[in-house]
Design a protein around this ligand. Sequence first.
Ligand code: NAD
Length: 263
Amino acid sequence: MTLNEFTDKVVLITGGASGMGLASAKRFSELGAKVCIMDKNKTRLNEVNIHLSASEDQIMTLECDISEPSQIEKGMKEINNSWGRLDIVFANAGIGGVMAPIETMDIKDWKKTIDIDLTGTFATVKYAIPLLKKQGGSIVITSSISGNRVYSQAGFSCYSTAKAAQATFMKMAALELGQYGIRVNAVCPGGVATNMSENMSKSPEVQNISMQPHFPRGNQPLMKGSADPSQIADAVEFLTSQKASHITGTELYIDGGESLLQG
Ligand code: NAD
């Protein structure tokens, strides 16, 4: 492996046991970085090494539910104890949440989505700051086109609200952390072929709501089909690299042009 700017850097990826998190873990480990994957899915965590061709001392897997801030704080201590630094955070873990009309949505389902997608992202960034501040670094948050192009996503109020708030939180974090040499950006994917999108497309709630004419669904992307998770990893690699050294507070859409058609 040739040395590059990521060699021996320490990267934290939440939700790194699947989908775009796993694709990014693969990418960073191939570039020689040390990667800590925090994920709540123990089975998938135990299998990540099958997907990564990395040496054992390059990968750390931590079972962590990001809606439990104490678990994130504990994870940061483990990263510090093992590797003594943190350079890059990909705050990516999230759920699609429940799709239901506002009138019938259960408050518990609303809170669960906000706890994971929004508060979990906040807590990930919050507890990473002391480590990132030591030498500067870069944070990428996974928002979504759903946070911006809401009118074609009726029935998706909790997810869209959480994703929109993540994008605003990203800008606030960029504003506060620039003084420490920490850049903060967001990736906003459209459809990506992952477990999450597959499960959602099969869910009865999504099927049901898609059938209702007064709940219109989104358009197809200009570039046909879903993105591959590796295409999100491309964007994360760019945003955390020196090539993006003057980029902070930005939302990068990786949606095959879908948002152009909806806006
Ligand atoms: P995925 O289901 O393949 O991966 C998500 C990972 O997050 C899983 O490994 C899961 O165990 C983990 N996770 C879920 N809740 C967690 C929690 N509370 N604590 C820790 N880990 C948790 O899905 P994905 O599509 O790769 O999703 C990654 C991110 O991308 C999410 O934030 C999602 O909202 C966002 N996103 C997905 C799409 C899409 O079309 N798939 C589009 C836009 C944005």
